[in-house]
Write a protein that binds this ligand. Structure first.
Ligand SMILES: Cc1cc2nc3c(=O)[nH]c(=O)nc-3n(C[C@H](O)[C@H](O)[C@H](O)COP(=O)(O)OP(=O)(O)OC[C@H]3O[C@@H](n4cnc5c(N)ncnc54)[C@H](O)[C@@H]3O)c2cc1C
Length: 533
C-alpha cells in the first residue's frame, strides 16, 4: 500500500534569523557530549520560528540541527555544516488532559516542571534532563524506565518537521501508514519514499537508523532519524494525567546471580501488577545496575561516602530500583511499611512486598531507601548512580591529557532480551579479560540494556576496546538483541560499523534511498548515520 500526504509552506515570515560566524560564538557549538574530535562549522543560526528554519534550509549548503548537544555519538558535532540551534524554539504550548504541545527546543527539565505544576507526567526521559525534546525525538531517546514506559517513540503523537527543501510536514500518529511507499506532495513535485524492508530486532529499545516495519507509520520514519531527514520544530507528546510517588532503593549484592534473580522477580511482579491492577502489587518502573568495577570506582572516588551509602567490600553488583507507589503515599507511611515488613501482621502494601522480596534475597538489611518526598536522599542515590559515568569520563579525560591526546571514550550501548542478560554479562567479562582491558559495565538492566565502558590506559586500549565492541555487537545480534539501543549512531565510526553489521550493505542502501528521496542534495546532517556514498 502507498500512502500520500501533502506538505505545506512554512507559517509566518522568515525574519533574518540571528546568525553568526564569530569564532568565539562558534566555539561553544563545536563539540557534543561525546567529545567527537574535529568539530568545525561555517556558521550558527539561532532559529526562532518555523519560517526561520525553512529559510535556513533553503539558503544553506548543509545544516546540522542541534538541541542541547548531549549526544553521546558525535551526532551533534558539526563537520563543516551551518549549525541550526533550536534553543530559542522553546515555547511550551497547550497542556491537555493527556497531551502537551511543545516546540523542539524545550528542555526536558522545563517540560517536567511545567507538567508537574499541572499534576501531569512525561516518563520516557533519558537520564540527562538538560536534553531538548527535539533531540530526544531525533534520537528516539529512552531512559531507565523503558521497562514500564517504552521509548520516546511510544509517546510522540504528532510532529511538525521542516523538510530539507523548506516545506513543512505535519504528521499525526496513525494518519499516514504504508507497507510499500509514502508519497509526500511538496510545492511542485512528489517525493516517493520506499518503506525499508529490513526488520528491527524485537527488543524494548532500538535507536539504529531509520525505523522500518510492515504497515509502518510515517511519523516513525522521522523519530530516530538523527537530524538527517529534516528539522523537528514542534512535537505533541502523550502525557500521564498524574504523577506517581516514587521510592528509590539502592541494594548491593555479593553474587551476580542473586541480583539477576531479584531483577527477574521484580519484573514479573510488576507485570502481574499491571495486568491485574492490584493496588497492593509491586510496580517497578526501572532497575539500574552497576558492576563490581563501577562499585570500585565509587569507592576510589569517595562517592559512596559522599552519598551516605555503604558498599560492602564483597559486593560484586548493585541494583537501583525505582518503585512507583500511589500518588498520595507519604514518607511516614513508607517508613512504617519498611519498619514492619518483617512483621507477620504488617499491612499488605507494595513497599512491604518489595521489602519481603529483598529479605528473601538476603539483602534487606543492606538496602538504602529514599522514600517518597525525601528529595535529599533521592538526590544522593541518583548522584551515586551518575558518579559512575562521571568517574569513567574523568579517567578517560585524564588519560587523554597525560598519556595520549587520541584517547577517547570507548563505550557501547547494547540491548538483549532480559533472559539473555547473564550471558551478555559473561561475554563482556570474558572479552575484556582476554584483552587485558580495564572496563566498567552499568545500565538499565530491567530492559537488558547494558553499557560497557573501557577505562583506557593507552591508545592501544582504545583500539582493542573498539574491536571488543564490534565483537560484542555480533554476539548481541546472536542473542536476539540490538548493538545500538538508545544513544543512536551519530558520527561514531564504530557505531556506524555496528549499524552496517546489523542490516548489511543492502539495509544501508535502503536507508540511503530514503535519505536521497527526502534530501536529494544531502544537506541535512551529512555523515550522520552513514557516510554519503
Ligand atoms: C549524562 C548523560 C546521560 C545520558 N543518558 C541517556 C539515556 O539515559 N538515554 C538516552 O537515550 N540518551 C542518553 N544520553 C544521550 C542524550 O542525552 C540523548 O541522545 C538526547 O536525546 C540528545 O538530546 P539533545 O537535545 O542533546 O540533542 P543533540 O545532542 O543536540 O542532538 C542529537 C541528534 O539529534 C539531532 N537533532 C537535535 N535536535 C533536532 C531537531 N529539532 N530536529 C532534527 N534533528 C535534531 C542532531 O542533529 C543530532 O543528530 C545521555 C547523555 C548524557 C550527556
Amino acid at each position: 500500500m502507498i500512502a500520500s500526504v501533502r506538505a505545506r509552506p512554512p507559517n509566518g515570515l522568515a525574519r533574518p534569523a540571528a546568525s553568526g560566524t564569530d569564532p568565539d560564538v562558534l566555539a561553544a557549538f563545536l563539540e557534543d557530549a561525546a567529545h567527537f574530535p574535529g568539530g568545525h562549522a561555517d556558521g550558527v543560526i539561532v532559529a526562532t520560528s518555523e519560517a526561520d528554519v525553512a529559510g535556513a534550509l533553503r539558503s544553506r549548503r548543509a545544516i546540522l540541527p542541534i538541541g542541547a548537544q548531549s549526544s553521546l555519538t558525535g551526532g551533534a558535532t558539526p563537520m563543516g555544516e551551518t549549525i541550526l540551534t533550536t534553543s530559542r524554539l522553546n515555547h511550551i504550548g497547550a497542556i491537555g488532559d493527556d497531551w502537551v504541545r511543545v516546540q523542539a527546543g524545550v528542555r526536558l527539565a522545563d517540560l517536567d516542571a511545567a507538567l508537574a505544576a499541572a499534576g501531569k507526567y512525561y516518563p520516557p526521559v533519558p537520564t540527562f534532563m538538560g536534553a531538548f525534546v527535539g533531540g530526544t525525538v531525533a534520537t528516539n531517546a529512552a531512559g531507565a524506565a523503558t521497562f514500564k514506559y517504552g521509548t520516546t517513540r511510544d509517546w510522540v503523537r504528532a510532529l511538525t518537521i521542516v523538510l530539507p527543501d523548506g516545506n513543512v510536514l505535519d504528521v499525526e500518529r496513525g494518519a499516514v501508514r504504508a507497507s510499500r511507499a509514502f508519497e509526500i506532495a511538496v510545492s511542485n513535485r512528489t517525493i516517493t519514499v520506499q518503506v525499508p524492508r529490513y526488520r528491527l530486532p524485537a527488543v524494548p529499545k532500538c535507536s539504529a537508523g531509520y525505523f522500518a516495519a510492515p504497515e509502518m507509520d510515517l511519523i516513525d520514519l522521522f523519530i530516530g532519524s538523527e537530524g538527517t531527514l529534516g528539522v523537528v520544530t514542534s512535537v505533541t507528546l502523550r502525557v500521564l494525567p498524574s504523577r506517581p510517588a516514587v521510592c528509590l532503593v539502592f541494594v548491593p549484592f555479593d553474587d551476580r546471580d542473586g541480583a539477576l534473580r531479584l531483577a527477574a522477580t521484580l519484573r514479573d511482579a510488576a507485570r502481574e501488577t499491571w495486568r491485574t491492577g492490584d493496588a497492593r502489587g509491586i510496580d517497578v518502573a526501572a532497575i539500574e545496575h552497576m558492576d563490581a568495577r563501577c562499585l570500585a570506582l565509587l569507592r576510589e572516588d569517595g562517592a559512596d561516602r559522599a552519598c551516605g551509602v555503604t558498599i560492602p567490600a564483597a559486593a560484586s553488583i548493585a541494583l537501583l530500583v525505582t518503585l512507583e507507589l500511589p500518588t498520595e503515599t507519604t514518607a511516614a507511611q513508607a517508613f512504617e511499611d519498611i519498619g514492619r515488613a518483617r512483621d507477620r501482621d504488617a499491612p499488605d502494601t507494595p513497599l512491604v512486598r518489595l521489602c519481603r522480596a529483598l529479605d528473601a534475597a538476603g539483602v534487606l538489611d543492606r538496602a538504602h531507601v529514599a522514600v517518597p518526598g525525601d528529595t535529599a536522599r533521592r538526590q544522593q542515590l541518583l548522584t551515586l548512580r551518575e558518579a559512575v559515568p562521571a568517574g569513567v569520563n574523568a579517567r578517560v579525560g585524564r588519560a587523554k591529557q597525560s598519556i595520549d591526546a587520541r584517547i577517547a571514550k570507548t563505550a557501547a550501548d547494547m540491548i538483549v532480551p532480559f533472559d539473555r542478560v547473564a550471558e551478555l554479562m559473561t561475554i563482556y567479562d570474558e572479552e575484556f579479560r582476554r584483552r587485558g582491558l580495564d572496563a566498567a559495565v552499568w545500565g538499565h538492566i530491567s530492559d537488558g540494556n547494558l553499557h560497557p565502558n573501557v577505562i583506557p590506559r593507552s591508545m592501544a586500549d582504545v583500539e582493542s576496546g573498539r574491536d571488543a565492541i564490534v565483537a560484542f555487537g555480533r554476539a548481541v545480534r546472536e542473542l536476539g538483541g540490538s548493538p545500538l539501543a538508545e544513544h543512536g549512531v551519530g558520527r561514531n565510526p564504530t557505531k556506524q560499523l555496528l549499524l552496517r553489521d546489523m542490516y548489511g550493505d543492502e539495509g544501508i542502501d535502503q536507508m540511503r534511498a530514503v535519505k536521497r528521496a527526502i534530501d536529494p542534495e544531502w544537506k541535512m546532517a551529512p555523515g550522520v548515520l552513514f557516510p554519503r556514498p
